[in-house]
Design a protein around this ligand. Sequence first.
Ligand code: MSP
Length: 521
Amino acid sequence: MTEKKPFYITTPIYYPSAKLHIGHAYCTTIADSIARFHRLIGEDVFFLTGSDEHGQKIQQKAEEAGVTPIEYVDKIVAGFQNLWKRLNISNDDFIRTTQKRHERVVQEIFNRIYAKGDIYKGSYKGLYCTPCESYWTEHQLDENGCCPDCHRPVQEVSEEAYFFKMSKYADRVLQYIEDHPDFIQPVSRRNEMINFIKQGLDDLCISRTSFDWGIPVPIDPKHVIYVWFDALTNYLTPIGFLDNPEKFQKYWPADLHLVGKEIVRFHTIIWPCILMALDLPLPKKVYGHGWLIVDGDKMSKSKGNVVDPNGLIDEFGADAIRYFLLREINLGQDGNFSRDALIQRINSDLANDLGNLLHRTLNMTIKFQDGVLLAPEGESEVDKSLKVDAKETVDFFKKNMQDMQLSATIKKVWAFISRANKYIDETTPWALAKDPAKKQELANVMYNLAESLRVISVLISPFMPVTAGRIWKQLNLPQAFKDVQIEDIESWGGVPAGLKVGEPEQLFPRIEVEKEEAEKP
Ligand code: MSP
């Protein structure tokens, strides 16, 4: 047997400084559907997410709440893990930067880079944005002298600190970005980064003494390691950097770091410098996705426009939310979240297009053929064109999912769903059922519809895993759904002749919009 190709994908590790909102869920859902696609094509996927638990901001929040930092983060992180479970996120590990296994990695990395001469002690005078945990120089501030990312005031700090010689690696990183056009995507982000490095890189201050909620500098424990230096190295911890060379060899370099656009800079400049100092290869791709905005504004607690994903899951179910996020927003761009648009998609695409196709197929099979799918024989022109469309959709799926074109892929799959619904109208099974001479023709139609749904179920599985499994189960297919691979839908005819379909069950109830209106406060 040939070795499976490894595929290592990560999300950012989230700050447990507040509850997660739908914007965080967006990032993790994208990563999950990409991970599920790569499993479907037979790769050996390692999918990592986690929490970024150190730093001054967390320490302050814990103090405000009157608890210790670890008590504070434990509670919030339990909420993250619960949310990912509810959203059916299929991560293979969950890294917490407060875990011992991670602390050891960070300290070892510090030691190695220090021994190499790329970390030195100096004195730091600078401008620090606490909410973003970022240092800035005077010329990087916005027009009001505030943080260029979040536009809040920065603080002047001055302290003894350790520095990482990033300046030494600037030319090499620039060269790497220029030589590897796929490294930073989309291309707009790549250009931003090239311009940023061309302005020159300062050495990076990587330790602090003004608070203590962090990993101690191994050679000087009154210092704690800067939270981004700590956080970025999380990507090395769970794949055996220190304790499992075979695993590490298999998964590193990462195939994809999926991150929000505002943290591309950390992942494509600071992170490569750290990796170069460790003589490790750089990740193959960093993709900076856009933000989910609400009525044109980035979500934030202070603006009061935070959308809680748990509430949405309670109301509409995880798959509907996943579908909306992945279908409605183009990955590289900002996209708007709106409840009205969500309800519209549920009603038209899920309840109507997909739900009806399943319902009509099962009901007619039960009504006209006692629920049994008979062996097809021969094919009409319409049958032929349905099969051609199915094949084309599977090919499109394979190519476009590789290229992370999630929304375009979903649209293509839905075009096939509409096509299958149209096939019912074109073939009119209810009329065929009245004519005993058309028995075989009817059998062919019912078979082709069930087969279309089998293909559709696999094609939607990266986006809506639960719904995909429910369709599979209602079709009563004998193969275990978890073992299904893309090859299983590459040729037509996987439904076994003689299969008795299961009981139809509604996939998505329609949301009554008038009722919604009446219930609005
Ligand atoms: N802890 C750092 C990441 C360290 S990775 C080594 C961090 N955490 S965060 O919780 O602030 O953000 C995590 C991710 O959530 C980022 O990629 C960010 O872009 C994403 N999002 C936060 N709000 C978002 C939206 N409104 N929309 C889409 N993504 C959003 O940064």
